[in-house]
Design a protein around this ligand. Structure first.
Ligand code: DC
Length: 256
């Protein structure tokens, strides 16, 4: 629950981690949530759900009303678990586990498109605020510190060069593919195979296109909050990023 220093003493404290794709937000958010014993909101997963379900149902990604209606009607539940010292979430939509479907490369583009629709952001913004509960929330995304939780106790903007982010994304897709292969579902991921240089170029191009759309959209564009602390992870290991993050957490008295 919020402590005496909180601008909203009645509300649970929030730490936000925003930034472009592949900067390491999800990894840092999961580790931080586990260290603090707080809840985790992966807000990008919600946009991915809306994009994936819209495509499946044949909803026009340019039809704002239809998308918002559809988003309003979805029953989206996150199930948190702790593995390897990090909180991770499984995403269940209308009773079906969609975790693998929303992590697939195919989910990236529709997610980015529906994320540019104002009415979808309004619906999902309310869903995101409902995740705020004791003992606290670590929220990662693009507009967590600017729009959804402007009173967060600590706002981090995590960034990295586009080359490094594309490499990390490629490793993540390969790991997802290996995991799914074990479950006999590996073919559903369009992860790079074969010529790794060409694959990296393709992932980099997709990353740049998505960044461009996220940064330049009219509603809730990807920008650091004025009171955010920027961490550039280009040359940092995850341990080094966590050391910086934990120093900020302690400075704000959030590790009680
Ligand atoms: O973080 P991610 O790759 O799972 O996000 C998927 C898409 O959703 C991405 O294009 C950015 C968008 N997004 C957003 O606009 N606002 C958020 N708070 C989180 C994600």
């Amino acid at each position: 629950m919020g402590n005496a220093d909180s601008p909203n003493p009645g509300l649970a404290d929030v730490v936000t981690i925003d930034g472009p794709s592949g900067a390491g937000k999800g990894t840092v958010a999961g580790l931080l949530a586990a260290r603090l014993g707080w809840h985790l909101l992966d807000s990008g997963a919600l946009y991915r759900v809306v994009g994936v379900v819209a495509e499946r149902r044949g909803v026009d990604l340019a039809d704002a009303d239809a998308l918002a209606d559809m988003a309003r009607g979805l029953d989206i539940a996150f199930t948190e678990s702790v593995t390897d010292d990090a909180v991770s979430v499984a995403v269940v939509v209308d009773g079906t586990d969609e975790t693998s479907a929303i992590r697939a490369a195919e989910a990236e583009d529709p997610a980015s498109r529906v994320a540019a629709v104002t009415d979808v952001r309004t619906v999902l913004g309310d869903v995101q605020r409902s995740f705020r509960r004791p003992p606290g929330l670590v929220a990662d995304g693009r507009d967590m510190g600017t729009v959804v939780f402007p009173d967060a106790r600590l706002k981090i903007f995590l960034t990295a060069s586009v080359g490094v982010r594309a490499e990390r994304r490629m490793r993540q897709l390969a790991a997802d593919r290996r995991r799914l292969k074990d479950q006999h579902a590996g073919d559903s991921l369009r992860a790079p195979r074969g010529d790794s240089a060409a694959a990296l170029t393709a992932v980099r191009a997709r990353t740049e296109a998505r960044d461009q759309r996220d940064r330049t959209r009219d509603v809730s564009p990807l920008v650091p909050a004025t009171d955010a602390v920027t961490i550039d992870s280009t040359a940092l290991s995850i341990d080094s990023v966590m050391t910086e993050v934990m120093a900020l957490v302690r400075k704000r008295g959030l590790d009680r």
